[in-house]
Write a protein that binds this ligand. Sequence first.
Ligand SMILES: Cc1cc2nc3c(=O)[nH]c(=O)nc-3n(C[C@H](O)[C@H](O)[C@H](O)COP(=O)(O)OP(=O)(O)OC[C@H]3O[C@@H](n4cnc5c(N)ncnc54)[C@H](O)[C@@H]3O)c2cc1C
Length: 482
Amino acid sequence: MLLTKGAKPDGSTNYAQGGIAAVTSPEDTFESHIADTLEAGDGLCKKRQVEILTKNAPKAIEQLIKWGVNFTTAQDDANSFDLHLEGGHSFRRILHTADLTGKEIMRALLAKLKRSSQGIDFIERSTVLDLILQKQRCVGAVVAEQDAKKARAVYAKTVVLATGGAGRLWLHSTNPPDACGEGISIAYRAGAALQDLEFMQFHPTSLYAPQLKKTFLISEAVRGFGGILKNHKGEEFMNNVHPLRSLAPRDIVARAILREMQLTGKDYMYLDVTHRKSKDIKTHFPNIYAKCLECKIDIAKDWIPVVPAAHYMCGGVLVDSYSRTNIKGLYACGEISATGVHGANRLASNSLLESVVFALRACEDMKKNCLNPDFQLSPLSTLNSQLSTLRNVSKLKKKVQTVMWEHCGIVRSMEGLRSGFEKLMKLEKSSDFEFRNFLESAMLVMESALKRKESRGLQCLTDYPEKNPRYLKHFTIKKHPE
Ligand SMILES: Cc1cc2nc3c(=O)[nH]c(=O)nc-3n(C[C@H](O)[C@H](O)[C@H](O)COP(=O)(O)OP(=O)(O)OC[C@H]3O[C@@H](n4cnc5c(N)ncnc54)[C@H](O)[C@@H]3O)c2cc1C
């Protein structure tokens, strides 16, 4: 049984533009992919997990192709992939489907699901609120169906938490509306260990277009394609910041843009690709080209206004190399999991890869070990617990998002984090099921950030601007048994 809060393709996967990293060209090596990942992770990647990620990547790509994913092939050779270069990668190793890679993966997987003869129930608009434990084993979930005022219990031999990211806990985010980190608080209440939540990656270049309801991402691949960051005077401000200039790692670019915005008092900076041929721009980035045109920006002629936004949660529910959590019968896959491959900062296009590689390993392990033979599977049984909802929940969420943006954003301070945490504490402890998870997840992120008194990777503190070798470790948060 597959449960999803939104309608079918509503997760971040569907939004992923850039692509998926894998060593597929003869001149590239696993050693190089490993080294690039470790370099981005700023000392905190779990090396064994990175090796598993990179060395299983070609196999994962093969599996996706078998399931029907069509990656873009090279113009002059239909038997090899058109590989993109992205920030932090030493080689062209990003497989993509134009600039709609995630959408293509979702399309193929949903088609595969439809064709499957294994009787998988796919239930949309169902929100998981809590996990059910019996004798310290996870045996199911409490689920609210949208618009129903009741929660039901769903039992399962094995449970996989795959609720995605948490970007929507912040005011500005590239994530879809459902990515509000609910898996964090759901897992925490069940007793699962959480790790590395302080490392939220802010994407440097989301499109600045206040008229749009949803934020729109200008993929990293645009900088890989030669895009140059400029301020309003046309100055290439990245030249003095990093040897890779506009192609520097994301955290460095995000901070540099924020700094330039503060220095110049502007609400956004620019990304310029006008020096590339119009035809090439349209071929490589048809989706970005069309979206910008909708906002009256012709990227072949105009500079693209960009601003940073919360993008990717490196941490999450702690798992091992088979995606197992510390709770029997409970796995976590995708962005909600903390496999340790990203360390303190994620290398671009390693996240789709992580989702596929570690989900395949979870399946492998489940088949072998985890289908609890003693357990009787009963599909939907009523729990009949009444759910309370609040009318002003979106206003409350906005308050949390503002606190997170202002106190736990791209640049932080211990004092700011402490006062932000107090603000969250004071927010209404409502019984609204959705808001409870939202607020709790935000507080857990804030708590993690408060533990790391140093600047490393995505944690950037004004009052602790240096790395501190004492903090070269992971912080784990776990509920004390009651
Ligand atoms: C704009 C954008 C561009 C990106 N580009 C790239 C890229 O080019 N390359 C790359 O590697 N990565 C990229 N990423 C990151 C990558 O897309 C994600 O990390 C990855 O797709 C996460 O997959 P997932 O299955 O964990 O989560 P998702 O695809 O987000 O799926 C999570 C699902 O869980 C459901 N859900 C959430 N809460 C609940 C609940 N309580 N109950 C029931 N269901 C729930 C949601 O409705 C959703 O269906 C991008 C992300 C964004 C936002």
